[in-house]
Design a binder for this molecule. Sequence first.
Ligand SMILES: [Zn+2]
Length: 219
Amino acid sequence: MSKNCNMIKDLLPLYADDVCSEESRKAVEEHIKECSDCKNELEKLRKNVSVSPQKDAEVLKRIKSRLRIEKLIVGIISVLAICGALFLGLIYLINTDKSMDMEKYKIIDNVSVTEHDGALWLNVKGAASSFVSLSPTISDTDGNHMGYDKGFDREKKNGFGVTLKQRKIDSFEFYPRASSKCFEQKLFDIGEKEDIVKLFYYDDVNNKEYVLWERDSND
Ligand SMILES: [Zn+2]
């Protein structure tokens, strides 16, 4: 390896990229005619140079496919999130009750209270759908609704309220023709709850109530 070789090897990368001066180019070309070592070095460099655009394309392709995969993952996560939200919404609709509107469901015509066998019974005309539940609520004698708070002071309250509830997702109708068949539910034994003097239906949609039963003053 001549002293010249070192100088030429410094120039080879510039020569391979075709960015060296005319003088350097000539010097390199003259040298490699006689020096197989430097010629080999140049060929190696040229291979790398010629390979590089292909490499770039490969890198770009890899980046693109990675981006595509990331997009796909984000898409899948979004879809799952939306499905989850819809599912929770449905669960909410199924599990949330609403009071039955007194006017819409003609509660006065369809719901009554009867007294027999020493107890009070709630009667609902027609086939009450299984989605309807009764929520006893507590109110005072004047009919003021006391809410569903279980921590109420029993000593001071002497009313009893009931409200028919249905799931938000369901629609419910009373069947007028089935009026002979009543859905009956025992509320309580009259003797057991002497403090209760009034029983009424409470509609918390319209904040209205109507009296279903009042204790006789003779009782
Ligand atoms: Zn050389």
